[in-house]
Design a protein around this ligand. Structure first.
Ligand SMILES: [Zn+2]
Length: 164
């Protein structure tokens, strides 16, 4: 579009004060400290207020569905007392998997921002490309690559340490 692009690396309209992706990265770091795959997620409502934040807890909860995205969706839906999060935006440090992409569609998010792409496990811009399928009835606006570097570095460090 115009040539007044910001150099901060942010894409799309910026929620006011705090940077939700920085919060999501902090949640990813906390997940790594717990031995969980370092992925963090944050939900912001239409006013820019943080409704929920979480990191992966699949090991701790012994729940294969306890991905950061599903944890924040459950928190935010409970807070709003609604199964739909219309007008809300989801920030996550890794491209969502197919399961989470499905949940993101069902929750009717306005926008999805993710940091690192996931060529092996992603379901948004890789794999089944869930939002592009005819069976997907709500598609959020998707912005990938926001704060990609720190999110990717965190994942790489985590898996490198596990291989040692
Ligand atoms: Zn997932």
């Amino acid at each position: 579009m115009g040539n007044n692009e910001q150099t901060s690396g942010s894409k799309g309209p910026n929620p006011k004060q705090l940077n939700p992706m920085a919060l999501a990265l902090a949640e990813a770091e906390a997940a790594a400290a717990r031995g969980e795959v370092p992925v963090g997620a944050v939900i912001v409502d239409e006013k820019g207020i943080v409704l929920a934040q979480a990191g992966n807890r699949t090991l701790e909860l012994k729940d294969p569905t306890a991905h950061a995205e599903l944890l924040v969706i459950r928190q935010a839906a409970a807070k709003r007392d609604s199964e739909r999060l219309i007008g809300c935006d989801l920030y996550v440090t890794l491209e969502p998997c197919t399961m989470c992409a499905g949940a993101i569609s069902f929750a009717r998010f306005r926008r999805l921002y993710y940091a690192a792409a996931d060529e092996k496990g992603g379901g948004v811009d890789h794999g089944v490309r869930f939002f592009s399928q005819a069976t997907c009835h709500h598609r959020p606006e998707v912005y990938g690559g926001l704060s990609e570097e720190p999110a990717r570095a965190l994942l790489q460090r985590f898996f490198a340490e596990r291989r040692e």
